[in-house]
Design a protein around this ligand. Structure first.
Ligand SMILES: [Fe+2]
Ligand SMILES: [Fe+2]
Length: 321
């Protein structure tokens, strides 16, 4: 029977620890890593490596502080015990890290798809190297995540990304994934790196920036070489409306972390929490960044339609709760 393989599935598991493939992967990473720190960080996941370190438990994973999440302003957080505050920060930190894990995993699939879609040998070579960049990024993040967090996701945004990578044409992919999302990831990682409490993880995230910047600028260059048809333009607008809607309703993961430790929260408590997190201000800043990324590369045609649909307006707390 014919089996259909999907290129972008985010939920494929890691090979089991006893699988010989892990040995090959760890020695390949060790041999090809551009510096020894990457090799050490990468290998620590693998049980056969002499550098193998225990994975963090959720208790040891408090990588970003209350100020990063703006939680110090929230009454619920202020009134929580130190243990509860710690638990909230750990859950919120791990969900940031898990998001980065899936961004990198998506990056490998996306770059591999672009290897197949390349129109010159040089373009193909570049995307194969980019796919390797994302592989190094992913391996470096793995050791900071508890094992059970590295396979399962029911995030609708990741399903949306999978669907895009699977079904959309090259121009749509270049614009959404490389121009907009990579530009966004670049700024997101910069903030994560500068606020990170763990010097080793901060260093790793800083190390991603140069690669991500190269992925982003290559996307801009190639997008400009691909004509934008009215149909492609419309697909891009619809995809961006969906993506921007998610940004408009942030930060759901912080609310979920508070809810898990102190909840169940009532709708009123959620609204108050979102207001105290000053979501509208922070979301406004993110939406402005996205507006400039989108507007810069599309001669404002896409931008105008998104503005008409109020995709750059931060939503009030009661619509995010
Ligand atoms: Fe990456
Ligand atoms: Fe990337």
């Amino acid at each position: 029977m014919r089996q259909l393989y999907k290129t972008a599935s985010f939920d494929i598991p890691h090979a089991s620890e006893s699988n010989k493939l892990q040995r090959v992967l760890s020695s390949t990473i060790q041999n090809r890593s551009r510096d020894s720190a990457i090799a050490a960080a990468s290998l620590s996941r693998y049980p056969h490596s002499p550098l193998s370190l225990p994975h963090p438990t959720e208790e040891s994973a408090c990588y970003w502080n209350a100020k990063h999440f703006n939680l110090q302003r929230a009454q619920l957080f202020q009134q929580a015990t130190p243990q509860e505050q710690n638990a909230i920060l750990q859950i919120a930190s791990l969900s940031l890290l898990q998001e980065a894990y899936f961004i990198e995993k998506a990056g490998i699939s996306y770059m591999a798809k672009m290897v197949a879609l390349s129109e010159s040998t040089d373009e193909r070579m570049l995307y194969a190297l980019f796919s390797a960049d994302e592989t190094y990024h992913l391996t470096q993040l793995l050791r900071f995540l508890p094992l059970h967090q590295t396979t399962v996701t029911d995030d609708p945004f990741l399903r949306f990304l999978t669907d895009l990578i699977e079904h959309q044409d090259k121009t749509v992919l270049l614009f959404i994934l490389q121009v907009v999302l990579k530009g966004w990831v670049l700024s997101h990682y910069r903030t994560l790196a500068s606020d990170c409490q763990n010097p080793e993880l901060a260093n790793i995230l800083t190390g991603f920036l140069q690669d991500e910047s190269r992925h982003h600028t290559t996307g801009i260059t190639l997008f400009k070489q691909n004509p934008l048809t009215p149909e492609t333009r419309q697909v891009i607008v619809e995809a961006l409306v969906y993506f921007l809607r998610r940004v408009q309703t942030e930060p759901q993961s912080v609310v979920a972390a508070v809810n898990r430790v102190l909840g169940p929260l009532s709708r009123c408590q959620k609204i108050q929490l979102i207001e105290e997190l000053q979501t509208e201000i922070h979301t406004g800043t993110r939406l402005n960044l996205l507006r400039s990324l989108i507007g810069k590369e599309t001669a404002h045609t896409i931008l105008n339609e998104l503005e008409a649909r109020q995709a750059f307006e931060p939503l009030p707390a009661y619509l995010c709760a």
